[in-house]
Write a protein that binds this ligand. Structure first.
Ligand SMILES: [Zn+2]
Ligand SMILES: [Zn+2]
Length: 110
């Protein structure tokens, strides 16, 4: 029996749904929809998140709910980078991380 291993954290399609939303269709058929506000608030860069503790350093209330991203870029084969409307663009969002953040009822437990 031959099975091709595809990591679940591998996107097949990435597209902007609305101005302030991003949808990722994963290789395994799952789809995740993120608001750019969620992504911006969880920015993993050293300025927004403490690298050692994983604690969020930025004030999430300062990020508007309808924040947009002007640009979405693929980083290598493993991550996305966003140019947010507030000018911030240093966060590298690995697919693994994005998959773990899937806000759908099936993934968002607790
Ligand atoms: Zn950041
Ligand atoms: Zn999900």
């Amino acid at each position: 029996m031959l099975m091709i291993m595809t990591p679940s954290a591998s996107p097949k399609d990435i597209f902007k749904v609305a101005e302030a939303k991003l949808r990722i269709a994963w290789e395994d058929g799952h789809e995740s929809e993120y608001s750019f506000a969620l992504l911006r608030r969880r920015c993993p860069c050293a300025v927004c998140t403490d690298e050692w503790t994983g604690k969020t350093l930025l004030d999430p209330t300062k990020i508007p709910d309808d924040i947009k991203a002007d640009k979405v870029e693929l980083v290598g084969n493993y991550a996305l980078a966003f140019q947010f409307a507030d000018g911030h663009s240093t966060g590298i969002y690995t697919f693994e991380r994005l998959r773990a953040w899937c806000p759908c009822p099936g993934c968002a437990r607790g």
